[in-house]
Structures are given as C-alpha cells and as structure tokens.
Design a protein around this ligand. Structure first.
Ligand SMILES: [Fe+2]
Ligand SMILES: [Fe+2]
Length: 189
C-alpha cells in the first residue's frame, strides 16, 4: 500500500456511492438517496482531511507542477466543502437538495479524475516509493482516528468476499483489481 493506491481506492469507493446515488435518483428512491448521501459526505470529509493534513503538505514541494496542481486541488476541496455546508441548509431529499448533490458529485468526479490523471503521476515521478508507503501508513491511521474504516478492517476477507462487497458497492473497475486493491477499496461495514 502506498499513498496513491490508498487515495485512488478512496476515489473508487466514492465513485461507487455516486453511482448508487444516481441509480436511486433515477428510480425516485429518496430514503436510499438520503442514506447514500450521508455516506458520501462522511467519505469526502475524511478523504479531504487526510489529503490536506498529510498528503498535500508532504508532496507539494515535489515539483512546480505538483505545487500548482495541489493549490488547484485545495480550491476544489473548498468548493466541495461549501456545497456540503449548503446541502445541510436545504430540505433533505427536496429539489434543491438533489440539485446540490448533483453538483457535488460532478465537481468531485472532476477533481478525482484530475488528481489521478495529472497530480498523482507527477507525484509518483518525484517522490520515492518508501516515502509514499510511509504516507499511506500515516493516512490509514488518521482515518481510524476520524472514525473511518482502515486497511485492518478488511484483512480477513477472502477475495470472493471482497468481490461480493465490491459488487454490492458498485465499485468501478473491481473485476481488474487484485486482492490488495479490493481490500483497500471496499467498505467493510
Ligand atoms: Fe483531493
Ligand atoms: Fe483525492
């Protein structure tokens, strides 16, 4: 496990939640939308926290390009946080709430894509593997402190169990993942 595989696993778990939210919206299942949206907000809060507290500061000096991409990333996090705050001010499940959720999903999809396409490869080029591994350990521990599942919570699951959960959680790319990637990506709860 290194920092980039951990963060990418977070992205794919959230993408699964996004697709479950969209499916619930299309079939007018408001209780599911509310339940999934709570998970989305919790995931995004933990993920932006570990990036901002640990990953971004530790990598932002990697190169000028990385520095610039991280500054852009921080602005995108700020936008997402503002939208999440606004979400709590409108009637849950109402029209405005759905519109805000849709914009949150679109902007986070864009942000995660940019991290994976531009930021992470630039960081991998400039930061040593052992440093990225040490950052993963730190971020994993911080997730635990924040009340989120950690890598320890899935170590006992078999590949079949992991794949079953990945299917239930609509995780994209699951059939091409190895056991380690699956274990980092699925929500054990
Ligand atoms: Fe981010
Ligand atoms: Fe991210």
């Amino acid at each position: 496990m290194d920092a980039i595989t951990l963060l990418t696993a977070d992205h794919n778990r959230v993408r699964g939640l996004f697709s479950r939210f969209k499916a619930a919206e299309e079939t007018d299942k408001t209780p599911t939308m509310l339940q999934v949206s709570e998970k989305i907000v919790a995931e995004l809060t933990v993920h932006t926290t570990i990036e901002e507290e640990i990953f971004y500061p530790a990598t932002s000096d990697a190169s000028e390009e990385v520095h610039k991409l991280i500054n852009e990333g921080l602005e995108e996090h700020a936008v997402a946080k503002r939208l999440i705050e606004e979400l709590l001010d409108v009637e849950a499940g109402g029209e405005e709430w759905v519109a805000k959720m849709t914009v949150i999903i679109e902007s986070v999809e864009h942000h995660a894509e940019e991290e994976e396409t531009d930021m992470f490869p630039a960081i991998r080029k400039n930061i040593a593997k052992d440093k990225l591994e040490a950052l993963a350990v730190k971020m994993d521990a911080r997730k635990g402190q924040l009340g989120a599942p950690t890598s320890k919570d899935t170590v006992d699951l078999t590949k079949t169990q992991l794949l079953e959960k990945a299917r239930e959680q609509d995780i994209p790319g699951r059939s091409n993942m190895d056991v380690e990637e699956l274990a980092l990506t699925v929500d054990p709860r």
